[in-house]
Design a protein around this ligand. Structure first.
Ligand code: ZN
Length: 228
């Protein structure tokens, strides 16, 4: 199929194939090298471009998983230190950090709902903003001490962050299954430090916790949920 020119009637089918291929890539981090990657229309002809150097690309897939060399516990330490900082500031102890797949720290942050009087500053969003602009998020990993809420899961989905490492999901469970279904590589460390920190905080500050997870004191309208 590569290198052929086709009549314009085939363009819709080709573009659909391309779309499916791109969705597949975003979801699984695997490449489908038999599929076209682009189509150009010139006059009444369609030029189809296939994946260059298919053999080399396939061998790279076998050799490397972009996140295989990461140590989840080591990365979690950075997020946990952010959670400790937040606790020391009188805030909700949830920390996060964004790393490249090679372990380079891009940004770190913590929930600062209380500190900034801003419910939109979740650990993940704080780390994301600290990282600044990145050209490609598919090779980044978001590390968070607590399972990401829908807001932060939406951020991960929106920017195509490739992997998520979660300290614990016992005290709160958000969009982790949804992210996994979308092909995001989800790792749950189940770290006892994170569990203890969150459990102690919830016991000591139940009202703040309920505010953070979007549970109203007197429910009138069903909440969409919160949490940082
Ligand atoms: Zn959140």
């Amino acid at each position: 199929m590569c290198g052929q020119n086709m009549r314009i009637g085939a363009v819709e089918m080709m573009l659909e194939n391309i779309s499916q291929t791109q969705r597949h890539r975003r979801g699984s981090h695997h490449r489908n090298d038999d599929m076209p990657v682009a189509a150009a229309v010139q006059g009444d002809e369609v030029s189809v471009v296939c994946e260059p150097n298919r053999r080399q690309a396939r061998s790279m897939d076998i050799r490397t998983d972009p996140f295989a060399d990461l140590d989840p516990m080591a990365l979690l330490d950075t997020a946990f230190r952010q959670a400790q900082l937040g606790l020391a500031e009188g805030g909700i102890p949830i920390g996060a950090a964004l790393f490249r797949a090679d372990g380079t720290l891009l940004g770190e942050g913590r929930n600062r709902r209380i500190q900034h009087d801003d419910p939109s500053v979740h650990g993940e969003t704080d780390a994301f903003r600290a990282a600044g602009r990145q050209r490609d998020y598919s090779s980044t990993v978001m590390v968070t001490t607590l399972a990401p809420c829908w807001y932060c899961s939406g951020l991960i989905r929106q920017f195509g962050i490739g992997a998520v490492i979660i300290g614990e999901n016992r005290t709160f469970s958000g969009g982790q299954d949804w992210l996994a279904d979308l092909g995001v590589a989800v790792t749950i460390v189940d770290d006892s430090r994170c569990v203890a920190m969150m459990t102690d905080f919830i016991a000591a500050h139940p009202a703040v916790w309920n505010e953070d997870i979007g549970v109203a004191d007197t429910p009138i309208v069903k909440s969409a949920g919160g949490r940082a």
